[in-house]
Design a protein around this ligand. Sequence first.
Ligand code: PNW
Length: 492
Amino acid sequence: MSKGMSRRTFAKVAGAAAIASTVELPSLGCNAASQSKAQTPANAGRDFPPGFIWGTATAAYQVEGAVKEDGRGPSIWDTFAHTPGKVVDNANGDVANDHYHLYKSDVQLMKSLGVKAYRFSIAWPRVFPNGDGSANPKGLDFYNRLVDELLANGIQPFATFYHWDLPQSLQDRFGGWEGRETAKAFGDYAGYVASRLTDRVKHIFTINEFGAFVEVGYRWGRHAPGLQLPVGRLNQTRHHAVLGHGLAVQAIRASAKRGTKVGLAENITIPVPVIETPTHIEAAERAMREMNAQFLTVIQEGKYTDWYLKSAGADAPKFTAEELKIISSPLDFVGINVYTAQFVRPDESSPAGYANVPRPKSFPHAPSPWLYVAPDALYWGPRHVSKVWGAKEIYITENGCSSSDEPASDGRVYDTDRVSYLRAYLTQLRRATAEGVPVRGYFLWSLMDNFEWADGYTNRFGVNYVDYATQKRTPKLSADFYHEVIARNALA
Ligand code: PNW
């Protein structure tokens, strides 16, 4: 069955109201700027800014496989996943989606989805098998091939330089990010890759989710390297992670071709005001700085908040003024991964001026137990980044959800929960762009189901279903939904 045929079938199942382009929607009449002439009536009040970049994202260890090929060194995720009991079903990324070999057909998958950009990550241990020392040109060649294939198909490459697959050798020699040496090695690796890819790659994210790989890997021990550090050492590890980011920004600026833009991709904790009054909003903005003090706040402001340092006391990280300058090297854009939210309210009795609102047991979440469904996060996240720090260019570097996807008897996956999730979140993102929050693009997590870290292959986030036995990719209903959003540049 051709792709077009299956779309029509889907349109029938999904119901005309959701997909038909002839439906007249009432104009809200409150935003003249959004009522451009080119708009069809169905898009009134539902459109995104012209040139908005619709993309999709993956990460190296989650999709590539080929862990021993072309001189790749081992990463902490190889070690962790091969330690019995660490990953559900003792799964690992040895093969994953075999994207290393199937990248050409995966680029076609992106093309049929209609995305304009692809955010992928570079496996550090492919490029420097030991983390530092001699480079392995064969490892980088894979990314040369991938980038060329993307560009030949009209898809802009956005590269992440660190998505958690730290070379094992750096873990063994320096304790991973606990050692300052790892931050230094990251800067050197970033400069090397930038010098070789930025003739074609114009957008670089240094690090993906400080707030996840440090917290889950070094505090809770549920991700590689599986440590539970005491708080003083944990704070120093956090500091080295942001220092590594700053050193990478400097190295990329020094070696990249002109016109290269640099930023990061952070899963900020997003404080959402319960009620949208000025006092609640101010409390949420204060919370934004404090909740992200160890990562995005110090990167944006060049200092740790007083409240963080005071509450850490003797466990505060050791740092120099020079390091703070490196950490806060100016960025071209801020990328945020948005999945969930933390509701807050004003609280004058607390020194930070806000209080977290406890979450009721009944709060709905995706199969991933941490993924509480809170669409408001996709409005407040970028709005806070713009309002609190004045960011001029923002990307949503990840947004998506897991779902208990199962092929129906016709072989298709009817993930209406994901469609509903995406539409609700995108409605909030549209609210932000309509108000002038400078969000330039959105990357849906994920292009296809993949290795979901400690959940192994049991938790699916893709808009394309992957049969791991055959490596067959099948578009889910959500792929049709996203295709329509991209085609209209509007909610669908
Ligand atoms: C992000 N949490 O991870 C990552 O960037 C992706 O690699 C991952 O597949 C995706 O989101 C979906 O999980 C997170 O526990 C993992 O809060 C865990 C958490 C948040 C983000």
